[in-house]
Design a protein around this ligand. Structure first.
Ligand code: HEC
Length: 134
């Protein structure tokens, strides 16, 4: 009896364990990266929190020039942290394109090359500031 119960328990647990490891192994998508890095403030709905975190759903910057949007996320702005050191160009491309197409947004896709060039500009500015300080 006990043996059967153990076998039944194992049979139930095995697919759960497999499911969990498959979820861990799946590469992150723009959506999952957004959930991990942005949704605490801008919310999974993209609606933000009134008076604190602006909505990304329907925001003009999210549907306009991709490089301007990338500059905000790479450099940060006011109460928004910089993601320069936390996210790769590939990850940023995925997140920005998710946001630009989610919640009814109609932003044109931004390319990996756009993100890389915004990062290079921001690094060059940081370097110039560093030189001035000496
Ligand atoms: C700690 C909270 C926080 C997190 C996390 C955060 N943001 Fe923000 N975000 C803000 C705030 C606050 C602003 C408004 C900044 C300002 O007033 O200039 C903002 C502004 C923006 C804007 C400009 C909106 C506009 O209408 O001008 C974009 C685009 C944006 N965030 C995207 C993102 C993305 C993409 C991520 C994840 C990689 C992210 N944010 C993570 C707080 C956050």
């Amino acid at each position: 009896m006990l043996r059967n119960a153990i076998i039944a328990a194992l049979a139930l647990a095995a697919p759960l364990a497999l499911g969990a490891s498959a979820a861990l192994a799946a590469p992150p998508t723009g959506q999952s990266l957004y959930a991990d890095n942005c949704s605490a403030c801008h919310q999974v709905t993209g609606k933000g929190v009134k008076g604190a975190f602006p909505a990304l759903a329907g925001a003009p910057i999210v549907q306009g020039d991709g490089k301007l949007m990338a500059a905000v996320v790479i450099n940060g702005r006011a109460g928004m942290p910089s993601f320069k050191d936390d996210l790769s160009d590939a990850e940023l491309t995925g997140i920005l394109n998710y946001v630009r197409g989610a919640w009814g947004n109609k932003g044109k896709p931004v390319s990996f090359a756009d993100i890389s060039s915004v990062r290079a500009q921001s690094n060059a500015k940081a370097k110039a500031r560093g030189l001035q300080a000496h």
